[in-house]
Design a protein around this ligand. Structure first.
Ligand SMILES: Cc1cc2nc3c(=O)[nH]c(=O)nc-3n(C[C@H](O)[C@H](O)[C@H](O)COP(=O)(O)O)c2cc1C
Length: 178
């Protein structure tokens, strides 16, 4: 039985929900998976060495992965590198299939090029844009981003861009990492 840890950063809950789905699938496959917010992992501590596979997930906001996530993976680079590992990246632009690859997704590509810690592999999933739950400034700015990328801009709309079957396949794939 494999013991998998999924460390994530989420602002509005979608990346957390994706981490949860990954854990559910791994559990249903007969293995053990634990999800942990990166702030808990960092401040309360977690023994990465006791896990067989490490999975990391982070949402994009305003073109960036959150600094708490970036700092954590860089600080723990040596230990993470010693384990099979993978990262999933959540963004609105990844709703487009050509931006759901590392090469086509500017955030994923820059992370792989410039970040000191690089996951053994990275995948990109679409997130969720929930205008009614955005504060006015965020709502205005995300609408600008969506206008530029030809996405939905109706301020009353809740837009789910996650392909859950891809998330589930990814969870099963993570179990095969060596
Ligand atoms: C304020 C805000 C800024 C965002 N900025 C970007 C962005 O620059 N590029 C992008 O592709 N998606 C962007 N998104 C979309 C998020 O990546 C998407 O909503 C994701 O599901 C958020 O994950 P979370 O719910 O785990 O926080 C933004 C969303 C919000 C609310």
């Amino acid at each position: 039985m494999k013991n998998v840890l999924v460390i994530y950063w989420s602002h509005d809950g979608r990346t957390a929900r994706i981490a949860r789905r990954i854990c559910e699938v791994i559990g249903a496959e007969g293995h053990r998976a634990t999800m942990m917010h990166v702030i808990e992992a960092d401040r309360e501590g977690v023994d990465l060495a006791k896990y067989d596979i490490l999975v990391f997930g982070c949402a994009i906001r305003y073109g960036e992965y959150h600094k708490s996530f970036v700092n954590y993976v860089n600080k723990n680079k040596a230990l993470i590198d010693s384990k099979p590992n993978s990262m999933f990246s959540i963004s609105a632009i990844a709703r487009n299939p050509e931006k759901a690859t590392v090469e086509g997704n500017v955030y994923a590509r820059k992370f792989m090029e410039n970040n000191p810690w690089k996951p053994h592999e990275m995948v990109c999933f679409g997130g969720k844009v929930d205008y009614p739950n955005c504060n006015p400034i965020d709502g205005f700015l995300i609408r600008l981003i969506m206008t530029m990328t030809k996405g939905p801009t109706d301020p009353h709309s809740v837009n789910d861009f996650t392909k859950w079957e891809d998330v589930e396949a990814y969870a099963r794939h993570c179990l095969t990492l060596k």
